[in-house]
Design a protein around this ligand. Structure first.
Ligand code: PGA
Length: 229
């Protein structure tokens, strides 16, 4: 299983360091087949070494240059960061990242050999239209994305389940993952209100290769409880 923690705009440099220290002590007991990925905010990136991988939540598709407010390859290389989240619904919806831009960013980081956690997901109105609409929407988010990239991990995160405490139902996750897997031969994570109370049920679903966790990953005890559930 893959356990990924997306801190979003939470935690500081100091609290991330403490978090990773505590996490590492626990991870010495982790199963070797399991992988743990941590995405702290950009200001907390550093050269960490442990039984986990630290990745960037976002970066711009250039080595460096006149891109006010962004970080690029040079800033990631300083800390040996080789993993990035691309296409998260908050980047799409709050920051207006369009599919074309996301696909360009994907191509750039793919060319750099990064591991890419590529996120897709539908809004509630689309889910309410039914399965066909959901799949059409999700497949549209694959436009311009090389699904055969060997360092690709996909995360399916229904937007209506993110940060709401309301995870998708087991059958919804199962059928969506099954449909995605017909097009995809890469690990597929589920994200959206994953927490200690539902982790076992979610990781037991066929076609779920791991989880991407926001809120419930912010506390190291809660996140490790999920890894060892
Ligand atoms: P959540 O966020 O666990 O708080 O729902 C998941 C995500 O957005 O990656």
């Amino acid at each position: 299983m893959i356990f990924a923690a997306n801190f979003k705009m939470n935690h500081t440099r100091e609290s991330t360091k403490n978090y990773l220290n505590v996490l590492q002590q626990k991870l010495t007991a982790k199963k070797s087949a399991d992988r743990v990925l941590i995405f702290p905010p950009a200001t907390a990136l550093d050269s960490y070494h442990g039984d986990f991988t630290v990745g960037a939540q976002n970066a711009y598709m250039a080595r460096n240059g006149a891109y006010t407010g962004e970080i690029g390859l040079e800033q990631l290389e300083e800390f040996g960061i080789r993993t990035i989240l691309i296409g998260h619904s908050e980047r799409r919806d709050i920051f207006g990242e369009r599919q074309e831009h996301i696909a360009e960013k994907f191509a750039y980081f793919k060319a750099q050999g990064f591991e890419i956690i590529y996120c897709i997901g539908e809004a509630l109105e689309i889910r309410e239209e039914g399965n066909e609409a959901v799949m059409a929407h999700l497949f549209a988010q694959f436009e311009g994305i090389d699904l055969s990239y060997e360092k690709l991990i996909v995360a399916y995160e229904p937007i209506w389940a993110i940060g709401t405490g309301r995870s998708a139902k087991t059958e919804e996750i199962a059928s969506t993952h099954q449909a995605l897997k017909q097009k995809l031969d890469r690990p597929l994570l589920y994200g959206g209100s994953v927490k200690p109370a539902n982790i076992k049920e979610i990781t037991a679903i066929e076609g779920v290769d791991g989880v991407l966790v926001g809120s419930a990953s912010l506390d190291v005890e809660s996140f490790s409880e999920m890894i060892f559930a």
